[in-house]
Design a protein around this ligand. Structure first.
Ligand code: FES
Length: 85
């Protein structure tokens, strides 16, 4: 379990082991589009600001992963992950 911090929305949302960040965001009413939900299409790619994402996509380059994360499949190595949402 880790916690998402949404910088612009000023929200904190816990993400459990069986759910994706995208699921949690959508359930909380945060506008987010997803398509493949497998880290392939890039639709869900979101800018991250703080923390250490555990990237699991196959669509972003290492340079892109330094600033963006595919929230349909990524997890977090850090206890909190801050997104630009
Ligand atoms: Fe396709 Fe996340 S929805 S990469």
């Amino acid at each position: 379990t880790f916690e998402l911090i949404l910088q612009r929305s000023q929200m904190r949302l816990p993400v459990g082991p069986g759910e994706s960040m995208a699921d949690v965001l959508q359930l909380a009413g945060v506008p987010l589009e997803t398509l493949c939900e497998q880290g392939v299409c890039g639709t869900c790619v979101t800018r991250w600001l703080d923390g250490e994402p555990d990237h699991r996509d196959s669509c972003l380059s290492a340079a892109e992963q330094a600033t963006h994360v595919a929230v349909c499949c990524a997890r977090s190595h850090s206890a909190t992950l801050t997104l630009d949402l």
